[in-house]
Ligand binder design. Structure first.
Ligand code: LLP
Length: 441
C-alpha cells in the first residue's frame, strides 16, 4: 500500500475528542516531517540516527482516550511497561495517574526509578522467580497475577517466609481466539499462558484458605494487536461466569483485570476504537461491583513513536531494488519477527517524486533484516532521512545489540521542546563488563 501526504495513522485522535479536528502529532509543515513542533531533520542533525522519537502529546492523548473510555466504572489503567519502558515515558504516564503492568524485577525497578506508584502495579508473567516475588511484595504491588498451580504454591512459600500476605489474582485462560498473529495470541488453550478455566475454582479455594495469600481479583489477557471487540467480550463473559460462581461459593473478588491487547492502525487496519472497547468492557462488568483493571501497552505508545533513520545507500539486483538504511532488525525487530507492517516515509518533502517499489533493509547480516518488503516508496536519495511510523510499542523495548550495534537514542518531544531521554549507546558499552579471562592456553 502506498502512503502519500500526511499520515492519518492515528485514529485515536478522532476517537478521543469527538467532533474535534483531527490532529496528527507526526505531521508535515511545508512538506517536511515534524514530531509535534520539532523538525525531524534538525533533530537528526543534533542527535544522529537511528533514533526513536516519542510524542508526549500523543501518549497523553492516548492515555486519556483509554481513561475516558472507561469513565463511569471504577478503574485503573496499568500501562504495560514492556511496550516501551523508557523512564521518561513511565514517568509521564505515572504523572497522568497510570498504574503499571510489570513482568519482571527489571520492570518493577524501572517503575520505581521513574517515580511510578508501585502500589498501582500488577505483576504478570508466566515464570516469576522467588526474588522477583519477594521484591514485588516488599514494594507493595497491588497484586500478583498467578499463572499456574505451581506459581501459587511458590508465592505462598515466599510470602510465608516473609511473614506477609500476598495479594493474588489468577490469570485464567478463557480459550478464545483473538484472531491475531500466532506469536502474540495468548488466550488459546494451547498457549503457555494462564490457568485453564476448569482448574481456577480449586486454586481460588486453595488461595482463600491460606494465611499467606489474599484473593483480590481475576485476570485474563488474550493477546495483542486485537482489532475486534468480540474476542474481548467473549473472554470477559467467561471470566465473569467464574466470578459469579466464586461469589456463590463465598469468595468475592474485588477486581477484574481484562488485560491489554487493543490493536492500532499500522496500515489500513480499522481497529475497534477505545470507546467501543471501553463500552464493551463496561456493559459486561456493569452491576458486578468489580473494579476494572486494564493493561494497555500498544494502544498508548504504538503510534506515539517514530524511528528516524538515514539512507546509507541503494542497490539493485535485477528487478529488485534495495534501500539500505542505518536502522536494522536489531533496532526494530517487528517486521522480521511478525512480518509486521510499518509505514515509511521520507522526512523531506516528497510531493513530486516518482514511486519505486523497494525493500528497505538494514546493514545486519541476515536476510530477515528488513523494515519493509516490496514497498512503494517515493524515490529516495543517499543520506536522506526516513521516518518509520508506529514504532513506539515493542520497538526500542525489543532492540538488541546483534552485530555489535549500539542501540538507538531515544528522544521525547513536547511542542517545540525535546530532550534526549536515552543517549545513543556507546561503543564501549557494548563490551562493558566483559572479561578476557586468562585460563591458560
Ligand atoms: N498484559 C499482558 C499480560 C501482556 O502479556 C501484554 C503484552 C500486555 C498486557 C500489553 O498488550 P498490548 O496492549 O500492548 O497489546 N512484541 C509484540 C507484542 C507482544 C505482546 C506481549 N504481551 C509485538 O511487537 O507486536
Amino acid at each position: 500500500m502506498a502512503h502519500h501526504g500526511p499520515h492519518v495513522l492515528d485514529v485515536l485522535d478522532s476517537a478521543a475528542v469527538p467532533g474535534q479536528k483531527h490532529v496528527n502529532h507526526f505531521n508535515r509543515k511545508n512538506g517536511e516531517l515534524f514530531a509535534e513542533d520539532v523538525s525531524l531533520a534538525q533533530l537528526a542533525t543534533a542527535v544522529g540516527t537511528p533514533t526513536y522519537v516519542y510524542s508526549q502529546a500523543t501518549i497523553t492523548r492516548h492515555f486519556h482516550a483509554v481513561d475516558q473510555a472507561l469513565a463511569g466504572v471504577p478503574h485503573t489503567i496499568c500501562y504495560a511497561v514492556k511496550a516501551c519502558s523508557n523512564l521518561a515515558v513511565l514517568s509521564l504516564l505515572g504523572r497522568l495517574g497510570s498504574g503499571f503492568d510489570i513482568v519482571s524485577l527489571g520492570e518493577l525497578r524501572r517503575v520505581q526509578a521513574a517515580g511510578g506508584d508501585a502500589t498501582k502495579a500488577v505483576f504478570s508473567g508466566v515464570g516469576k522467580r522467588d526474588d522477583e516475588i519477594a521484591a514485588a511484595l516488599a514494594a507493595g504491588v497491588h497484586c500478583l497475577n498467578v499463572e499456574s498451580a505451581g506459581e501459587l504454591a511458590r508465592i505462598e512459600r515466599v510470602a510465608r517466609n516473609l511473614g506477609v500476605r500476598a495479594p493474588i489474582s489468577l490469570r485464567v485462560n478463557p480459550d478464545v481466539d483473538p484472531k491475531t498473529h500466532k506469536y502474540i495470541a495468548t488466550g488459546l488453550r494451547e498457549s503457555k499462558f494462564g490457568i485453564a478455566m476448569p482448574d481456577a475454582r480449586a486454586l481460588y479455594f486453595q488461595a482463600a484458605a491460606s494465611d499467606h495469600m489474599r484473593v483480590v481479583g481475576v485476570d485474563c489477557h488474550i493477546g495483542s494487536q486485537i482489532l475486534e471487540v468480540a474476542p474481548f467480550a467473549e473472554a470477559i463473559a467467561k471470566v465473569l461466569e467464574l466470578v459469579a460462581d466464586l461469589r456463590t461459593d463465598g469468595i468475592s473478588l474485588e477486581h477484574i483485570d481484562v488485560g491489554g491487547g487493543l490493536g492500532i492502525p499500522y496500515d489500513d487496519e480499522k481497529p475497534a476504537s477505545p470507546e467501543l472497547w471501553g463500552q464493551t468492557v463496561k456493559s459486561l462488568v456493569a452491576g458486578t461491583g468489580l473494579h476494572v483493571i486494564v493493561e494497555p501497552g500498544r494502544v498508548i505508545v504504538g503510534n506515539a513513536g517514530l524511528l528516524l533513520t538515514r539512507v546509507i545507500g541503494k542497490k539493485q539486483h535485477d528487478d529488485k531494488e534495495f534501500v539500505i538504511v542505518d536502522a536494522a532488525m536489531n533496532d526494530l525487530i517487528r517486521p522480521a519477527l511478525y512480518d509486521a507492517y510499518h509505514a515509511i516515509e521520507p522526512v523531506a518533502t516528497h510531493a513530486n517524486r516518482p514511486l519505486r517499489t523497494v525493500d528497505v533493509v538494514g546493514p545486519v547480516c541476515e536476510s530477515g533484516d528488513f523494515l519493509a518488503v516490496d514497498r512503494p516508496l517515493p524515490e529516495v536519495q543517499e543520506d536522506e532521512l526516513l521516518g518509520v511510523f508506529g514504532a513506539g510499542a515493542y520497538g526500542m523495548a525489543m532492540a538488541s545489540n546483534y552485530n555489535s550495534r549500539p542501540r538507538p537514542a531515544e528522544v521525547l518531544v513536547s511542542g517545540a521542546q525535546w530532550a534526549v531521554v536515552r543517549p545513543r549507546e556507546t561503543l564501549e558499552a557494548l563490551w562493558q563488563g566483559e572479561v578476557i579471562a586468562d585460563l591458560g592456553d
